[in-house]
Design a protein around this ligand. Sequence first.
Ligand SMILES: [Fe+2]
Length: 295
Amino acid sequence: MREFDDKNITQAVIHRLSECADPRFERVMTSLITHLHDFVREVNLTEAEWFTAIQFLTDTGRTCTDKRQEFILLSDTLGVSVLVITLNHPADNGSVESTVQGPFYWEGAPDLPRGSNLAEGVKGEPTFYSGRVISEDGHPLENALLDIWSGDGEGNYDMQIPGEKGMKARGRIRTDAQGRYWFRSIRPTFYPVPTDGPVGRMLRKMGRHPYRPGHIHMIVSAPGHLPATTHLFVAGSEYLDSDAVFGMKESLVAQFDRHPPGIAPSGERIETPFYTVSYDFRLRPATAVAVEGNV
Ligand SMILES: [Fe+2]
């Protein structure tokens, strides 16, 4: 057949995959084409809308830089990121839940000793974080790595601050022989995802707010265990009920206890009120994926 109508075009495009050598790619593309065509038919897409979509995706690509990933933001705000994460990282047996990585991860944060202040010179209320990294059966995991990042106490990440060239509020901390970690940073506040690009325009047109509840990010990993890309959310933060990227998980909400000025857990005297928060990260064994794959 050389000519196609609005119905048989879908099978015609799928048929062109008949010599695809990669079965997984063939399956993904077949499904993508099927749903994309069904979507176009369902909404009866106009040419103007099609061109708007082309311009939008072009703008999204052009907005990406080495420090800004507008496509991840698009995926996040459409709920795709958290859907992929939830499918690939089921949390069971009490293991820590995963959530979105977001667009502000910066590989290569400095390795710092336990107890370090990650937020030297960063705006925000001092907060002392502590807890353990443990296995599924509760054993401490020594030398587990927490790769940590957050915005400042006003919701700005280092890479968003004009003139700020270096890393701020980032660091890599390892656990001790008892699986314990502790470090100082700030109490994160809610903040808007970037709204000065195409995704911001999309959110406004949808009538949506761009805010995320206060949270600190970390990738927690240990030998022989599955890494978890996750957050701790500040209990009571605004927007916990309507996270713009749908990343909120109840199990990741942590209590930040407020203390008057005085001696901090680090032993230093803090002249302002400060916070403490404690959270244990339970990691799944690396074998969990192999077992599920065989079922
Ligand atoms: Fe964030």
